[in-house]
Design a protein around this ligand. Structure first.
Ligand SMILES: Cc1cc2nc3c(=O)[nH]c(=O)nc-3n(C[C@H](O)[C@H](O)[C@H](O)COP(=O)(O)OP(=O)(O)OC[C@H]3O[C@@H](n4cnc5c(N)ncnc54)[C@H](O)[C@@H]3O)c2cc1C
Length: 489
């Protein structure tokens, strides 16, 4: 099934309680801080119906013939992955910027439940049907699905029981209808989404097999008892002509407070079990890291474009030192491209019968993309020159007293008039220098877990035996050393 943008808008007008800047939001779909992103999400739904984009956004279900969204389809072939990559590219091109938490980057967390089904069954079969139903629902009912992992956590040196217990989301009681949970999570886009796969953050469970903190469930964002307390939005803070990205692409992050929220039993996916929590955490990004890393590729293209237009404008393109910096940006871009392409070319069957990107290549691509982003932004910023942060705003370009001066100093030649130079500098500022640009960088650093967790995913997926065997043979080591690896050959 594919929803329309209007059906999506209607689905989030459910009386949920949202605050931003100390104000309660009456209708999230029209409030100026949220409207730009709600409109983009609605447009993504409408792209599935638009004759110009429907083919790239949808597929026909082989059993029912019904149209579904390409982004939601559990991947079973390389063609599925190529279709997903093309659909994400189509969205980013259509909306004209980078938005991440719009569904395709979070739905993969649900596919990892397909792989986890046997493990979860073995631990506690009671919730197996719930897992199946929610996988189907997420894939075929086209909800706007987001991700909930990170709690406020409080003092990390203390156990949750030894401080305010609400610092980590936990169960407080059971009812006939389900479990009642209390605590909070940080979630991007939560205030205008439909559901979140909610599970524990990275945790050290010690020897405990059971814990009130080890629970996973599908959260209906309209559930009573939820409070959405959002950070200040970027949209509307300054004129759109001066901050074109901040005004259009701010994905508002939210502290979602669970004030004794009842989760119906049918939405509980695992409960009180630390083994299940550990398993889910380890496999969570095996699919979703792909769409996340794809965003860095688009950011790289935007940085290259902004930097190259700037040096072309100012006639610096032929300087060798400038070309080397552009080449460094291109290497970063192609490094990400190579990892994404190879991860699908060498895709691996998953335990649940899906096709997952080659895990070692995908996770190392995510580290490359995220850990070098700040350096690449700095190179692009350097190439754009200091004028990106000292150029006056559009109002000054229009004021009768100042306009002639700005016209004079910002017109470069017959190709570059002042208005185009102003626009390019404003765009580059919002991409590389503004408050919003810093936020975007932090998003790529943390939003799909922090850098140490990205490296730990590489550590878990890289095939260490290859280099060990090579050096064993090259150095002529005896077979006895294999005993230290727990193998004989
Ligand atoms: C813009 C943005 C959007 C986000 N969106 C979401 C979202 O949609 N859903 C969601 O669930 N979360 C979201 N997050 C939260 C994100 O997942 C967390 O910020 C991240 O997991 C880090 O947790 P923390 O901020 O509590 O940092 P902390 O846990 O305090 O860690 C801070 C730093 O301490 C060090 N550190 C901490 N623990 C360890 C350790 N065990 N080993 C080594 N070093 C360690 C690392 O350097 C780490 O970066 C978002 C965050 C940001 C900034």
């Amino acid at each position: 099934m594919i929803r329309t943008g209007e059906q999506y808008r209607e689905s989030v007008r459910d009386g949920r309680r949202i605050w931003i800047n100390g104000e309660e939001v009456a209708d999230v779909t029209v409030h100026p801080a949220f409207k730009p992103l709600v409109d983009i999400r609605a447009r993504i739904y409408d792209m599935a119906h638009d004759p110009a984009t429907a083919a790239v956004m949808t597929y026909a279900d082989p059993d029912t013939g019904e149209l579904n969204a390409v982004q939601q389809k559990p991947p079973t072939s390389r063609a599925d992955w190529e279709a997903k990559r093309a659909a994400t590219d189509a969205v980013l091109t259509d909306v004209g910027g980078v938005v991440t938490r719009v569904g395709d980057e979070t739905i993969g967390e649900v596919w990892s439940l397909i792989d986890g089904q046997d493990v979860l069954d073995a631990i506690n079969p009671a919730f197996s049907e719930n897992v199946k139903r929610h996988i189907e629902r997420a894939c075929f009912e086209d909800p706007f699905h987001v991700s909930a992992n990170t709690d406020p956590k409080g003092d990390r040196s203390k156990r949750p029981q030894d401080q305010d217990p609400d610092m980590l989301l936990h169960v407080v009681r059971e009812t006939d209808r389900g479990i009642v949970v209390r605590g909070a999570k940080y979630e991007t886009a939560a205030a205008y989404s439909n559901q979140a796969f909610t599970k524990p953050t990275i945790a050290n469970w010690g020897d405990s097999e059971l814990s009130d903190y080890a629970l996973g469930f599908m959260l209906d964002m309209g559930a009573p008892g939820l409070r959405y307390i959002c950070r200040t939005g970027f949209a509307g803070r300054a004129p759109a002509e001066d901050y074109p990205l901040a005004n259009r692409f701010d994905e508002v992050d939210t502290l979602v407070v669970f004030d004794d929220v009842e989760i119906p039993w049918e939405n509980v996916l695992f409960y009180r079990n630390t083994e299940a929590a550990t398993f889910i955490r380890a496999t969570l990004h095996r699919y979703s890291a792909y769409a996340f890393t794809q965003r860095n590729l688009r950011l790289a293209d935007l940085m290259i474009g902004a930097a190259l237009w700037n040096v072309k404008q100012t006639g610096l393109e032929r300087q060798q030192a400038v070309q080397e910096k552009l080449a460094a940006l291109a290497c970063y871009r192609e490094g990400i491209n190579a990892h994404l392409t190879a991860a699908i070319a060498h895709a691996e069957p998953s335990p649940g019968g899906l096709l997952m990107p080659n895990q070692s290549l995908l996770y190392s691509g995510r580290v490359l993309a995220c850990s070098q982003l700040h350096e690449m932004m700095h190179i692009a910023r350097e190439l754009c020159g200091g004028q990106i942060c000292i150029t006056p705003d559009k109002a000054s370009f229009e004021h009768p007293e100042t306009a002639p001066w700005l016209e004079k100093f910002y017109s470069i030649n017959e190709h570059w008039v002042a208005e185009d130079r102003r626009k390019l500098l404003a765009y580059a500022r919002d991409l590389l220098n503004s408050d919003y640009a810093g936020h975007r960088l932090t998003f790529q650093l943390f939003a799909q877990s922090p850098p140490f967790a990205h490296l730990s995913a590489v550590y878990r997926s890289f095939d260490w035996d290859g280099p060990l065997d090579l050096v064993k043979d090259a150095a002529g080591l005896s077979d006895r050393v294999l005993g230290s690896l727990g193998r004989t050959k």
